[in-house]
Design a protein around this ligand. Structure first.
Ligand SMILES: *Cc1c(COP(=O)(O)O)cnc(C)c1O
Length: 468
């Protein structure tokens, strides 16, 4: 399987190059040259445990890693999960009348968020590919709090990778900071920048604009547009659909920010898994919900909500879906993306005519009410991101089972959860244990010079080698 760019300007490349490249060189996103059809395999796959199913499905997209090696990488990635099913399910009653609603718990990885499903596998793939090529990369990232820990957990301890995560000093929650700064591995570097998250992002931009510094840094490496992350996420859509589809296919409800998670569900549907609709659930940041209602993709201002991982106005993975929406025509896609980049808005003219998606936005009041109601009717505590999904699920009654993605453990967002329930119930032993661990971070001024000096002093390994 080779990978091409949504913008049509990149030569097809094999999987391993797609993984280490991240973003396509022409500025587009990488997608598989064709989408495999799995309908002939479904009967044989039904009932398989999660890891075996992943080992059967992922090779359809990977033909440049030997099968037994790939099996080992997949097994190691999910050995870090704290539930034997890796992705377990929980029935939730009440919200959808007597209609079946299942919560798909994607948060059993090391940082208790769904990003672990993708980043644990991505870390394994990176190490294998870089080791084979005798390369080393330095990953630089900036986080406002939510995503840094999953990236760190994906690559901690890997000999071929150093990771440098910048966050605004004093402006991420103490819990989020502990999830990053208590990691003891030598290849993990937490930089507490004396400034805002915007400052951290400007520093990133500055460093990457500077070609000398860029030679040793890989930004595309772990961010949400990396194809391998989408691939890892297809697995649970396929797995869940085989588990719950009866005569009717299943519907997924997905709390959405960058469109990465739900896009994996779309590909699973196109591959032939028994999936009917994908319901896109957004918080007050409703650019995607507005697109599916009106056909217009227009940037708004970012609203801060209790589901911060979805406080996003421009969905970085949406371009992949638009490519298929435009019948795989890179010229039309480029036109749309250029309009959007220039004016902050672009339109397909009419509300998209799609059998694939429904979209709806959920208010903060509904999130709170949903957390309280799910607890009172089921004794089950959900996080605010999951509650966005569950509130959206309650608005639809489609045939077949509805499966809502639970993207974080409630203990990651204790204030909002405890406040909605009226009791301090959001906790998790993994997070409690962090309170006793030593913290390691370097406080650093918000200047490019300071960050570069730190990088120079701490990148002992050769800078990105190009010999292949
Ligand atoms: C990243 C994230 C999301 C959004 O996922 P996308 O792939 O960006 O749509 C939702 N919930 C949580 C907890 C997340 O960390």
């Amino acid at each position: 399987m080779r990978y091409i760019s949504t913008r049509g300007g990149t030569d097809p490349m094999p999987f391993k190059d797609a993984v280490v490249t991240g973003m396509a060189p022409d500025g587009g996103l990488l997608i598989p040259e064709r989408i495999p059809d799995v309908r002939g395999s479904l009967d044989g796959w039904r009932g398989m445990p999660f890891v075996s199913f992943a080992q059967a499905m992922i090779p359809l997209f990977v033909d440049d890693i030997p099968k037994d090696t790939l099996d080992g990488l997949i097994a190691r990635a999910y050995a870090t999960f704290d539930h034997e099913e890796v992705v377990p399910f929980r029935a939730v009653k009440g919200l959808t009348g007597n209609h079946d609603l299942q919560v798909m718990e994607l948060f059993h990885g090391p940082t208790l968020a769904f990003k672990d499903v993708a980043l644990q596998l991505l870390g394994q793939l990176f190490e294998y590919i870089l080791e084979e090529r005798n390369e080393h990369i330095n990953i630089l990232g900036a986080t406002s709090g939510d995503t840094g820990s999953a990236a760190i957990a994906g690559v901690r301890g890997l000999p071929s990778v150093d990771v440098f995560i910048m966050f605004p000093e004093g402006r991420v929650s103490p819990l989020q900071e502990r999830q990053m700064t208590t990691i003891a591995d030598e290849n993990v570097h937490c930089l507490a920048v004396q400034g805002s998250f915007d400052d951290c992002q400007s520093l990133m931009k500055g460093l990457f604009a500077d070609s000398e510094a860029k030679a040793g840094l890989s930004l595309g490496a772990v961010n949400s547009v990396n194809w391998a992350r989408v691939l890892a996420q297809i697995v649970y859509y396929g797995y869940a659909s085989l588990k719950f589809a009866g005569p009717d296919p299943v519907t997924f409800v997905v709390p959405t920010g960058n469109f990465g998670n739900v896009f994996a569900g779309y590909l699973a549907k196109r591959m032939g898994f028994p999936i009917d609709r994908l319901i896109i659930a957004t918080n007050d940041n409703d650019i995607l919900a507005r697109f599916f209602e009106t056909g217009e993709y227009a940037r708004g201002t970012v609203h801060h909500t209790t589901s911060p991982a979805m406080d996003i106005q421009v969905a970085s993975n949406f371009e992949r879906y638009l490519y298929y929406y435009f019948d795989e025509d890179p010229v039309r896609l480029r036109g749309f993306m250029e309009d959007f980049a220039r004016t902050g808005s672009a339109s397909v003219g009419v509300p998209p005519d799609t059998d694939d998606f429904l979209a709806t936005a959920v208010s903060e009041a509904e999130v709170r009410e949903t957390i309280a109601r799910v607890f009172s009717e089921n004794g089950y505590v959900v996080d605010p991101h999951t509650a966005v999904g569950l509130a959206a699920a309650s608005r639809f009654r489609l045939p077949g089972v509805q499966i809502c993605a639970a993207t974080a453990h409630p203990a990651k967002f204790p204030e909002a959860v405890n406040d909605a329930i009226g009791a301090a119930l959001a906790s998790h032993p993994t997070l409690e244990a962090l309170k006793d661990l030593p913290v390691r971070k370097t406080v650093i001024p918000a200047t490019t010079e300071a960050v570069r000096a730190y990088l120079d002093a701490h990148t002992t390994t050769p800078r990105l080698e190009t010999e292949r």
